[in-house]
Structure formats: structure tokens, C-alpha cells
Design a protein around this ligand. Structure first.
Ligand SMILES: Nc1nc2c(ncn2[C@@H]2O[C@H](COP(=O)(O)OP(=O)(O)OP(=O)(O)O)[C@@H](O)[C@H]2O)c(=O)[nH]1
Ligand SMILES: [Mg+2]
Length: 353
């Protein structure tokens, strides 16, 4: 699963990428500092995992993470190839969800206007892509009857009209329709969240809220307000040093964890846990997937040789706090292939090797 960071040049994308992944990728004040995508992992310092670790003991915690890709800036006209736009848009196509970083730090920020321009570029690019798909399908039919292709064409035509009226593919086509037109790479089919990059001096909690509420009053999108610069600074510090830095700016906590959680949410991911050889680990899994698939996240052999899973729900673990008692109370369940994994499940897989 890949999360893409997109926005105008200089919006603060790479700074946010560094805060999320602790990478130290190049940040500079000239536009198009980033050309080739930066790739890293955002680690979620999951509180539940810490609690499980405290209960079961062990020698190591391994937090769940998501792959993050920092993509070059998009400018107006990108869909026509402006500013290497086609190349950068093609990077966005490979993502599963997007973070739009919007400049709310400069003297006269216009984050919502900026977002409209970015969104329009994605829509126009989708329209072009769908037009090409439609032409290809019409050619392939050449007057023959082909119900599948005709169906796809009608979905495409509906989608083009919808995009022309300012709509997005997300929430317009269902998953089957998207599959039937091979539309997973459509830019407006991807879930997204907005990040308003506020300047550190504006961060004082009340001010943030007033300012953001004013800017965002007409916006229905999900958003998080933070300072990319400050988040990057804090991500380089540990313990008290980090707390002091936050206090200096009169804020209580960093927003990175909230942002990662939001992203997992829009990506429809849950977290399950394993305890093996002293390693207590969290893993991400798409919501609604079965135990066998969860085993496959750890190792393909575990999926192929899957026999059953021992499952403890997170709430039982926290309420009872003792492995032996959990067993005695019958809270350790044996589940088979058909079991749909719940967020927070603590699992042990039994498999033929
Ligand atoms: N003054 C001020 N400048 C900021 C702030 N946030 C970002 N910047 C400026 O934005 C510049 C670019 O930051 P980057 O993270 O490289 O931006 P980017 O979106 O990755 O830019 P490209 O890679 O060129 O597309 C920085 O050098 C800063 O000058 C802020 O809160 N205050
Ligand atoms: Mg950059």
C-alpha cells in the first residue's frame, strides 16, 4: 500500500515526508527541488501495541508502518505536460491514497484555491485518460457485439460527464465498475486528506483553530492543520527535547501520529498483532480480509500452509491482562480460513510448512 504526498512546488511536501519517515530528503526554497520521488516508511507508534507489549513482555516492539512517496510538485497545466506534469501525474497514478499538502504558511495563503487547481488537474488528466480508453474500446469492437466492452464504454461515458461537471470518480463508481474499466489508476478515484501547512509562529492552538476555521469554513474535505517545519524539527528530537520544542510553540503534541491514523483510515487499513519469539509486532491489513490473507502479510508460506489461527481480541487482552487467564476463560478463540480479522486482534497462525 502506498501513500503519495502531492501538492504545488514549495508547499512543504518533502518537509512533511521527512517528518513522517525521518528521512532527511532534500528540502530547498526553489521550486521543483524534488524531481525523482522520495520513498520511505511512516511508522505508527501505536499505543495499543505498547500496551500489549507491557502485558505479554518480550524483547522488541515492531510498529506497523505505511510506505510513503514524496512526489514532485504539480503546477497548473500539468495534465497537458506543463512542468513535467505527465511524468509526475503518472507517479500519482501508482498511489493508493493521497495527502495534499497546501501552503497555509506564506503571507497571503490560498490553500483552498490551490486545492481547486490541483484537483482540476487530476480531473482533466482523468478525462483525457478515459477518452483514450473509450477510443481504444470503440476501435476494438469495430461494429461487432461485445457486451462487456459496450458496458465499459457506457461507464466511461458516464464518468467523463461526471468529471466534466466537477465530480470525482471516488464515490461515483463502485469497485466493480472501476475494475470493469480498469480504472484503479484514475487519479480522482483515490481517497485523500488535506494537510494545511501552517507556519510555526501561527501554531498556538487557539489561533490555529480560528485561522483554519476561517479558511476552511466552506470546505467539506477532511483536513489536518500542522507545521511541516516544526514536525520535521520535532521528529529529529527525543523525549524531553521534543517536549520542550513543542512547549516553545505553545502546542501540546505533534500531529504526525494523528495524520498517520487518518491515512490508515482512508486506506481502509486495520492493525493486527503477533507475539513471536519475544517480538511484539503490529501489521496493517485491509479491512474485511480473512485470517489466511493476514497470515500472508507475514509470510507467503503461512498463507499457503494455513491451518488455523488462535485469536484474542484486543479488549479481552486489556481487560484480563494475563495469557493463562485468557485461555482459562475461553477468550482464546480458534478461527479458520473464513474468519474476518478485526482491528486489534492478537493472532497466532498455525500452518503446514
Ligand atoms: N517561512 C516558512 N517557509 C516554509 C514553511 N514551510 C515550508 N517552507 C518553505 O518551503 C520550502 C520548500 O519546502 P519543501 O518541503 O522542499 O517543499 P516541497 O513541496 O517538497 O517543494 P518541491 O520539492 O520543490 O516541490 C522550504 O525551504 C521553506 O522555505 C513555513 O512554515 N514557513
Ligand atoms: Mg520536495
Amino acid at each position: 500500500v502506498k501513500l503519495g504526498i502531492v501538492g504545488f512546488p514549495n508547499a512543504g511536501k518533502t518537509t512533511l515526508f521527512n517528518a513522517l519517515t525521518r528521512s532527511g530528503a532534500k528540502v530547498d526554497s526553489y521550486p521543483f527541488t524534488t524531481i525523482e520521488p522520495n520513498v520511505g516508511y511512516a511508522v505508527l507508534e501505536d499505543e495499543r501495541l505498547i500496551k500489549i507489549f507491557e502485558i505479554v513482555g518480550g524483547s522488541e516492539i515492531r510498529y506497523p508502518s505505511i510506505k510513503v512517496v514524496d512526489i514532485a510538485g504539480i503546477v497548473e497545466g500539468a495534465h497537458k505536460g506543463e512542468g513535467l506534469g505527465n511524468k509526475f501525474l503518472s507517479h500519482i497514478r501508482e498511489m493508493d491514497a493521497l495527502i495534499f499538502v497546501l501552503d497555509a504558511y506564506s503571507d497571503i495563503p490560498r490553500p483552498i484555491d490551490d486545492f481547486s487547481v490541483l484537483r482540476a488537474e487530476l480531473m482533466l488528466s482523468d478525462i483525457e485518460m478515459l477518452e483514450r480508453k473509450k477510443d481504444r474500446l470503440i476501435k476494438s469492437i469495430k461494429g461487432k457485439r461485445d457486451l462487456k466492452a459496450e458496458d465499459a464504454i457506457s461507464i466511461i461515458v458516464r464518468s467523463i460527464n461526471h468529471l466534466n461537471e466537477g465530480g470525482e470518480i471516488k464515490n461515483f463508481l463502485n469497485n466493480d465498475e472501476i475494475i470493469s474499466i480498469e480504472g484503479h489508476d484514475l487519479l480522482t478515484s483515490k481517497p485523500y486528506i488535506l494537510v494545511l501547512n501552517i507556519k510555526p509562529e501561527d501554531l498556538c492552538e487557539n489561533e490555529i483553530n480560528d485561522r483554519l476555521t476561517e479558511v476552511m469554513c466552506d470546505v467539506k474535505e477532511e483536513y489536518v492543520g500542522l507545521s511541516c517545519l516544526l514536525e520535521e524539527e520535532v521528529s529529529k528530537l527525543e523525549g524531553d527535547e521534543a517536549i520542550n520544542m513543542l512547549q516553545l510553540y505553545n502546542i501540546k503534541k505533534t500531529m504526525i501520529k494523528d495524520l498517520i491514523k487518518h491515512c490508515m483510515n482512508i486506506l481502509n487499513l486495520i492493525i493486527f498483532y503477533t507475539v513471536e519469539s519475544g517480538i511484539v509486532q503490529g501489521w496493517t491489513l485491509e479491512r474485511g480480509k480473512k485470517a489466511k490473507k493476514a497470515a500472508g502479510i507475514i509470510h507467503t508460506d503461512m498463507e499457503e500452509g494455513f491451518i488455523k489461527a488462535e485469536v484474542i481480541s484486543y479488549n479481552d487482552m486489556i481487560a484480563i491482562c494475563d495469557f493463562k487467564k485468557i485461555k482459562e476463560m475461553g477468550k482464546l478463540r480458534i478461527e479458520g480460513v473464513e474468519y474476518i480479522v478485526n482491528d486489534g486482534d492478537i493472532m497466532k497462525f498455525l500452518f503446514r510448512s
